[in-house]
Write a protein that binds this ligand. Structure first.
Ligand SMILES: Nc1ncnc2c1ncn2[C@@H]1O[C@H](COP(=O)(O)OP(=O)(O)OP(=O)(O)O)[C@@H](O)[C@H]1O
Ligand SMILES: [Mg+2]
Length: 431
């Protein structure tokens, strides 16, 4: 079936537009799932490539997704911003005019795809499809859209969001390894799907795709005939979805989103990361650097790690956590700023990670009791973020973590698998 899809230029993707990163899963030529992330950050960009000397501008082993400088002609973009050039993700981070999702003081994430922030989410989604197409060696694809928004607000926005994406999108790469190439993406109304986050995640617990074959996971048997709750620990929100023997329990799921004004779903990693960054900035070891930034009264003189959560996570936090997994040791976090090198910032990071973990353990326990299901399952990048702060104890508390290191990709994988299933069915009906 995969060959047939590829022959017809159908590119199967699943895209999870997050508050920090947009997760992209796609089905590659041999029918396996590949994942990558694009930071949810954009910035308006020059119309043409900026090129320095050949030696410095060596792009040989650059990942496409780290070099997104594109012109976008798309019905999903507001008219006055159409046919403009953008940096998306990695390449947008250093721009002083970068745009990323907001969080308010109390940690509330903004609604996604609103009039105000739409392009911050739309551009990474379109880029995700375009990059997947390039990775698959395609320049013109029919891409059944499969993406999602939080279950809170889902019913209100599902249809309008879908309509926005229907049509033909032209993504022209201005710079990077594919400079000058255009990817045409066709999204058709019939096979476009906007899912409710974590509701669809259940699919990835039960199925996987390998070499073009749909497989059942080990967990499927364990969950058969049982009830369970999925908690998806994200950057802006934590979503809870409750499943009973007949599938999604809408009443219970809605209660989690709405009870106490959504108190439980409000908790994301963002405010914790912000406080870590603030503590690092105010570390006495960086007094001299801080004095200079303050004298210039120019926030943009701060290093990019201290102005973007996403860069801070990617450059400072994640590598230390990944290394801790590799070496089986506790993570040590370090940060260098100009002449002050390798300052140990572990205490700043750990104190917030611990607070986060404590709160989430409490919430997950409460969710389990309130939902009264047989099992509870934790996914989302927050599972990794809080791991060394105490979330590693979740497993002792019998919380299921299906695939710790892939936790971040659970939702995008689920969107892809659902899309695959639907298109498979449509094909079988045709023939
Ligand atoms: N390997 C890792 N180590 C530490 N933190 C991680 C790791 N992977 C992801 N995270 C962090 O976990 C948090 C949640 O990530 P995730 O991608 O699930 O959030 P999101 O989907 O962007 O947010 P939301 O679902 O609220 O929109 C982020 O702050 C991310 O940086
Ligand atoms: Mg998420």
């Amino acid at each position: 079936m995969v060959e047939e899809f590829y022959r017809e230029n159908v590119l199967m993707t699943g895209i999870d537009p997050g508050n920090i990163t947009t997760k992209v899963s796609f089905l590659n030529v041999v029918g396996n799932i590949e994942n990558f992330t694009i930071p949810t950050v954009i910035a308006s960009a020059p119309e043409s490539a900026v090129s320095y000397s050949q030696q410095v501008d060596n792009q040989e082993d650059v990942q496409i997704e780290d070099y997104i400088h594109i012109r976008v002609d798309s019905p999903a973009v507001d008219k006055d911003e159409n046919n403009k050039s953008w940096y998306v993700g990695e390449s947008a981070k250093k721009s002083t005019n970068k745009l990323q999702p907001n969080v308010s003081e109390n940690g509330d994430a903004e609604e996604k795809f609103t009039d105000k922030n739409r392009k911050i989410f739309v551009l990474p989604v379109l880029s995700g499809i375009a990059v997947s197409a390039l990775k698959a060696g395609k320049r013109h694809v029919i891409a059944p859209l499969s993406t999602g928004i939080p279950s809170k607000g889902y019913l209100k926005h599902e249809q309008t969001l879908k309509q926005r994406f229907v049509g033909e999108h032209r993504i022209t790469f201005i710079d990077g390894p594919y400079a000058g190439e255009t990817v045409i993406i066709e999204i058709k109304e019939d096979d476009a799907q906007i899912h409710a986050e974590s509701v669809t995640t259940a699919i990835a617990l039960m199925y996987d795709i390998e070499n073009g074959e749909l497989l059942e996971t080990e967990l499927k048997e364990k969950l058969a005939g049982k009830t369970y709750t999925i908690s998806d620990l994200g950057a802006g929100t934590s979503d809870y979805a409750v499943f009973n023997e007949n599938g999604l329990d809408k009443v219970m799921t809605r209660r989690f989103a709405e009870e106490n004004e959504g108190e439980m779903s409000r908790i994301g990693t963002n405010p914790y990361i912000d406080r870590i960054i603030d503590a690092v900035y105010h570390d006495p070891k960086f007094e001299q650097q801080r004095a200079i930034v303050e004298r210039l009264q120019d926030e943009s003189r701060k290093p990019s790690e201290l102005t973007s959560r996403e860069i801070f996570m990617k450059k400072v936090v994640k590598p230390a956590i990944d290394k801790a997994f590799e070496t089986n040791k506790n993570p040590v976090f370090k940060y260098s700023w100009a002449r002050t090198k390798d300052v140990d910032i572990t205490k700043h990071v750990l104190s917030e990670i611990k607070k986060y973990a404590e709160l989430q353990i409490g919430n997950i326990d409460a969710a389990w009791v309130m939902a009264n299901t047989d099992y509870i399952i934790a996914v989302g990048g927050g599972v990794l973020f809080g791991h060394f702060g105490g979330l590693q104890n979740l497993v002792e508390n019998e919380v299921i973590i299906p695939d710790l290191l892939q936790s971040q990709y659970f939702t995008s994988k689920a969107y892809l698998i659902v899309s695959y299933l639907m298109n498979l069915q449509a094909k079988q009906l045709q023939s």
